[in-house]
Structures are given as structure tokens and as C-alpha cells.
Design a protein. Structure first.
Length: 555
């Protein structure tokens, strides 16, 4: 099936993307190929009669759908498999701020409340991280009904909390992120407004529990990008990209992604259309974005929202973040075979009743491989602030909860001794100021602080000071930038590094700190920093010099 065989709402948009009249991002080009391929390989049915009736409802709205919105609406709501189920019951729409995504959502929800949908009590929940955000689309429809009472009073009942179609009994409500006080109910459809704000799946799991109890269950996600990393948004985006690249089955997910192909394109105003498919229809939006861009040029770090939400390409503060998120994802590739290889350990033990992390670092060709583990005190005063999925990470074997008032030094040392059965542990590093907390345990395990005596280096433990962080910072930055760090699929390490920041003094020297002191832990990253302070030892081993040329270390 070619483009000419598709209904106008689908085929016209594909032709528009390919026309080059306005630039479209790589993901839009891939989406067009993907849609054509699915229609050619699968026996799909498009209910054009129902679609036509839905689109007639535009007459009640102060706006009409744009081509990209008709495209998404048709695929999401009116295309069926041979078994009668929706082909794409889940829509993930990532578009730049100002594209009119709430207007799209209001129209779609209005349509599905009506008898055209054909499902009684097809309830719809609009979910968001805050009440104000959850009410945005709801208020759009409420104001539409309020402004046309004589026209709608026979068909709808509405107040500030719900909108109900009298004939179908279908109800539209809004929900907030307080998952503890909500249950899943029996919705036909779940909407997520600004999905990027969710830090974990606790609310999402509750919201979606009731799906499937009504015919034609749907999920609609409308969002820009944001600042929360390694949460539901990043996972959904990663899945969407794999679908478009042919690396994963879609499982009913329609991936509609609009963003710059490269952050550098922000300097080319014509390229802004890649992130916002509605921009060509909004001259006032174009003017507003030009004004914001002028501010961005003057102060890029102070106006990061322009890249993040307008262009869907978050960059962070290059003077504060340890490395980019793309580099952290790159570090999550599989670990090589390291058995028997020399390694050094790093440990961070900031407080005995909070978090503790230890890891072992290997040379891997020009780069480094890192294996780590975390211990968390159940009685930590900061646990209630932390929104990261610690329980999930425990089930994955990445951390261990300690049911005690403190984390004993025996935990990391037993872990290190266990690693010594498989790897050749030759040295270690830890923070100088925390050494007293574990000095006895380290001594019993055979690790003594290094010092010079008689022209020789004595000891096998480096006590890392801020000056050492300054020395290894360029090496660490380069390793991240060149993709020379590998730690396997380890979301807790991505969390740790993303929580850390570089602190740059007037002379340009770098030490490391926390983005936020209570809820964003950095222990695993600081353990990596301590291990990096010992990489000169690894380099000596990797050079495979004659033993007589190696420095003397007395243990």
C-alpha cells in the first residue's frame, strides 16, 4: 500500500512531511516510513465513517485540527486490526511547547465521550503531576460548554470536577499525582499531560490499573521534554525511538516525535519547525519564540527551557553537570569479560545512616569498566524525599537495604572480598575525611593508607582529597565524552551521576558536589571518583612492564 492508498488524514500528512515545504525531523521521516510499512504488511481497517463523524465535531470548537493532529487522531482512534481491536491504542506525542497539544487532547476527549464512540460509560481520566496541569485540558472543555450552554445542556452535565455525557454516561475527570489516595477505577482512557514530570511509576501504575475493563482502552500522552532523567518519559522515548528504527515491535504504541535533530540547530530558526509542527500556523508563536531566543543567546544557561521545552533537546548546564545524559546512556552498554583482570576499588561512605557505595574499576582497552553496589540504611532520614525506584533497584541486585540504625563497614568489605575471588584487586581509594569510619575494617581486610618510606611507596589505599578530584577531573570528563566508561545496564549509576555537579573555582579547578543535598544522592559517583584517583596503578599493570620496572608497593 502506497501513500496514495491511505485516507487523506493520514496520507496528506505523510506527503506534507516529505514535501520539504517545512523541515521535519528524522523521527517524523521514520514515522512516515513506519506507517506505510504497517499498512502494507497488515490487513488494517480504517473506520472512515466514524472518523468523519468525529471530525464534524470541530464545528463546536474555536479551532480546527492541524494536519499533524488529524493524522494522530485517525491512527489512534479509527484504525483497527482484523480482530476488531485498535491498532494503536497508545499515542505518545512529543511536540514543542506551544504546538496546541492541550487543544488536541480536548477535542479527542470530547469525541470519545459522545455516542459516536459507541461505548457506554467510557470514562476518561486526565492525569498530571500537579492539579493545575491536570485541569488544563479539563478547563478547556469546561469553558467550551459554559460558553455554549444552550447548545450543550441537553447532551452534557458539567461542573468544576467532572463532565458527563448524558446519553453515554461517559465521564471526564482530572487526577493528580497523589497515587496513595487514588485507585484505578474503570476508565476507558487515560491521558497524561506533561509526562516528563513523572519521576517514577507509582502513580502511573495506579492510574492504569483499571484499563481493559472497557472496550477499546486507550492511553494518550502529550508532552514536551523536561529535566527529569531516567524516569518514565526517558523510558517511553527510548522505546518510541527503537520502534521507529525497527529495533522493537510497537505493541500498539504510536510514536509521534518532533524535536531538533541536533541541539546546534537551535541557531537556525527555520529548523524550529522540526520541534513544533504547528509553528507554521502560529505567527504570534513565531514572534514569541524569536523573543525567547534573543534571551537564550544572551544567557543560554539561564534560559535552558528554550532548548528543553521548545526544541525538545535538553542540554543541562555544561558548567555544572558532570556529563550529558546521552553519555550516561552510552555508558550503560554491556560489560566485557573481566574475570581475572586487575582492578582498583572506590568507596564512598558519607554517613553511616544513609547511603554507602563501593565499586571496582578496570582498564578496558582505552577506556574503563565499572562494577558497583549500593547499601541503603532503612532508617535514613532522607528516604521519604527520594523518588527514585529503590525497591526496583534492589530487586535487580543493584543495592541492598540494611535494616539497622547504621550501615556497618563490614557490608562493603565483604562485598569487596567476594569480588576478589573473581578479579585481581590491587588497590583502592576513598575519601580522606571519611577514612576514620572504616579504617579498622579496611586494616583487617589488608588495606593500609599509602605513604612514602625509604624512597618507596608503602600501602595500598589512596585517601582522596579535593586536590585529587581536581587532578583526575579532566581524565574523567574525557572518558565520559569519548564513551570510554562502561557499567552495564545500571540505572542507579545514571541516577548518581545525574545528581552530581562540577564545582569550578576561579582558577578553573573542578571538585564534585550534589545538585541537591537531601533527595539526590551521589555516593556511587563519588565512589567512581575515588577509584579514578587510582587509575595510575591500573595503567602500570596494563602496560605489562617487566616486574622490576614496576613501583614497589608493600602491603
Amino acid at each position: 500500500m502506497g501513500t496514495s492508498d491511505l485516507i487523506p488524514e493520514i496520507g496528506d500528512y505523510i506527503r506534507l512531511v516529505r514535501s520539504g515545504e517545512f523541515p521535519a525531523c528524522r523521527e517524523q521521516q521514520l514515522l512516515c516510513n513506519y506507517i506505510e510499512q504497517v499498512f502494507s504488511e497488515e490487513n488494517l481497517q480504517t473506520d472512515t465513517g466514524k472518523l468523519g463523524k468525529y471530525l464534524e465535531l470541530q464545528k463546536y470548537f474555536p479551532y480546527s485540527l492541524f494536519p499533524w493532529e488529524k493524522f494522530c487522531f485517525a491512527l489512534h482512534n479509527c484504525v483497527y486490526r482484523t480482530d476488531g481491536q485498535l491498532r494503536w491504542p497508545e499515542l505518545f506525542a512529543l511536540v514543542g511547547r506551544g504546538a496546541g497539544k492541550n487543544g488536541y487532547l480536548a477535542f479527542e476527549d470530547f469525541c470519545l465521550l459522545t455516542p459516536i464512540n459507541g461505548v457506554k460509560e467510557y470514562h476518561i481520566d486526565i492525569c498530571a503531576n500537579s492539579e493545575d496541569q491536570a485541569k488544563t485540558t479539563f478547563d478547556d472543555l469546561y469553558n467550551l460548554l459554559e460558553g455554549n450552554k444552550p447548545r450543550f445542556q441537553r447532551a452534557f452535565y458539567w461542573n468544576k470536577e467532572l463532565i458527563r455525557n448524558k446519553k453515554t454516561g461517559s465521564v471526564l475527570r482530572y487526577r493528580t499525582n497523589n497515587y496513595k489516595s487514588k485507585d484505578g477505577g474503570r476508565p476507558g482512557k487515560i491521558d497524561y499531560d506533561e509526562y516528563h514530570q513523572y519521576e517514577n511509576y507509582k502513580s502511573i501504575e495506579v492510574f492504569e490499573t483499571g484499563l481493559g475493563k472497557k472496550a477499546y482502552p486507550r492511553i494518550t500522552i502529550i508532552t514536551t521534554n523536561g529535566i527529569v532523567r531516567d524516569g518514565p518519559f526517558d523510558h517511553k522515548l527510548d522505546k518510541a525511538l527503537r520502534i521507529l528504527e525497527g529495533a522493537e515491535e510497537d505493541n500498539g504504541l504510536l510514536p509521534f516525535i518532533c524535536r531538533l535533530d541536533d541541539p546546534k540547530e537551535v541557531w537556525e530558526p527555520k529548523a524550529w519547525h522540526k520541534a513544533n509542527p504547528s509553528l507554521r500556523y502560529f505567527p504570534f508563536l513565531q514572534s514569541e519564540m524569536e523573543r525567547e531566543f534573543a534571551n537564550y543567546k544572551l544567557d543560554p544557561l539561564g534560559n535552558q527551557g528554550f532548548l528543553t521545552r521548545r526544541m525538545n533537546r535538553p542540554q543541562g548546564d555544561p558548567q555544572a553537570e558532570v556529563t550529558s545524559w546521552d553519555n550516561l546512556v552510552q555508558a550503560s552498554r554491556p560489560l566485557p569479560d573481566l574475570e581475572g583482570r586487575p582492578c582498583v576499588f572506590g568507596m564512598d561512605y558519607a554517613q553511616i545512616n544513609d547511603f554507602l557505595a563501593a565499586g571496582i574499576l578496570f582498564r578496558d582497552g582505552p577506556g574503563y569498566a565499572w562494577i558497583t553496589h549500593t547499601w541503603v540504611c532503612r532508617q535514613s532520614a532522607d528516604l521519604y524525599r527520594i523518588k527514585a525506584p529503590l525497591d526496583t533497584w534492589e530487586s535487580q541486585g543493584l543495592l541492598t537495604f540494611v535494616d539497622n540504625v547504621e550501615i556497618s563497614p563490614e557490608y562493603p568489605l565483604l562485598w569487596l572480598m567476594d569480588q576478589m575471588k573473581q578479579y585481581h584487586l590491587v588497590y583502592g581509594g576513598m575519601d580522606y575525611f571519611r577514612f576514620s569510619l572504616v579504617s579498622r575494617a579496611l586494616h583487617e581486610a589488608g588495606f593500609e593508607p599509602e605513604h612514602r618510606s625509604g624512597g618507596k611507596t608503602i600501602g595500598n589505599l589512596k585517601l582522596v582529597r579535593p586536590s585529587d578530584q581536581m587532578l583526575i577531573s579532566p581524565k574523567l570528563q574525557q572518558a565520559f565524552a569519548k564513551g570510554q566508561i562502561c557499567w552495564g545496564e545500571n540505572p542507579i549509576m545514571r541516577w548518581y551521576v545525574n545528581n552530581a555537579k562540577r564545582i569550578i573555582d576561579p582558577r578553573g579547578n573542578v571538585v564534585y558536589g550534589k545538585q541537591e543535598p537531601k533527595s539526590r544522592k551521589t555516593d556511587g559517583f563519588m565512589a567512581l571518583v575515588a577509584a579514578f584517583a587510582c587509575t595510575d596503578i591500573l595503567d602500570e599493570y596494563e602496560k605489562m612492564l617487566d616486574p622490576g620496572d614496576l613501583p614497589c608497593y608493600t602491603y
